[in-house]
Design a protein. Structure first.
Length: 260
């Protein structure tokens, strides 16, 4: 009788050994593959940077009418961007840098091939002096400009900062009324008790309370033309804080004042 034969079996644990070594091999290959990709990426990045460096920003072109911006301050703020390259310069940062300057209201930036950074600027437009050192912009912003003196061609407003828009609005309405008799407001102050004091170009001071202030000012414009030129020169202060009249303070010949 022939003996039955069974296939030889591998010693126990041998297949597990092979499996474990296969896992190690795959892990090592994955690590080497990853390192190769990292090396390729860094090499490519370095190569890309070298290529970028061939296209630096070489000039900054300023667009916009600038009357009050300190050119030296502007140049110092934007010069660091000349060291940037054309492809990586961050335009948002350029805009933020420009708009951080006192007199700049709006800034935009763009690139022009191959080496130019174009910065468009719009200045704040002052509509009035605010106190002795500040300005009030067209947008109602109060800002400090140390290197610029108050502008003689602008009116001066005095009051609390939160009242700025209200003062500017009231100034426009008062000036419109006074223009009819050739008077111009130089300084307009709003006191805490809502009492207006307006100094005019000829030295005359008007005092008006808030109640019916524009109507009282219109009443003055009907009276003012009745004064002779000599009388107008002697007017020092007119108090309009009365419902049905006004009080006039005259100059004295020797420079003192007297009430009437």
């Amino acid at each position: 009788m022939a003996k039955s034969r069974t296939p030889n079996k591998a010693p126990s644990g041998f297949s597990g050994f092979i499996q474990k070594n296969s896992d190690h091999v795959r892990l090592i290959m994955w690590v080497f593959g990853f390192l190769a990709l990292v090396g390729l990426a860094f090499g490519g990045h370095a190569l890309l940077n070298r290529w970028f460096d061939r296209y630096p920003i070489q000039q900054i072109q300023i667009v916009g009418e600038l009357n009050n911006v300190d050119k030296g301050v502007l140049k110092a703020a934007l010069t660091p961007y000349v060291s940037e390259n054309f492809f990586t310069v961050e335009l948002d940062k350029v805009r933020e840098t420009a708009e951080s300057l006192t007199w700049i209201d709006y800034a935009d930036a763009k690139k022009e091939w191959p080496n130019t950074l174009v910065v468009e600027l719009q200045e704040r437009i002052p509509v009035a002096n605010w106190g002795k050192k500040h300005f009030l912009s067209k947008k109602g912003e109060i800002f400090l400009a140390e290197s610029v003196q108050p502008k003689a061609n602008l009116p001066t407003f005095i009051g609390r900062e939160e009242q700025a828009a209200f003062i500017a609005e009231r100034y426009a309405k008062m000036q419109e009324i006074l223009t009819n008799v050739g008077l111009k407001i130089v300084t307009l102050e709003l006191a805490d008790r809502f009492s207006w004091q307006a100094q005019l170009h000829n030295g005359l001071v008007l005092v008006i309370d808030e109640k019916n202030s524009l109507e009282k000012l219109k009443r003055l414009t009907t009276l003012y033309p009745l004064f002779s030129e000599k009388q107008k020169q002697q007017l020092l202060k007119i108090d309009l804080r009365y419902e049905n009249g006004l009080a006039i303070k005259w100059k004295k010949n020797h420079g003192d004042t007297d009430a009437a």
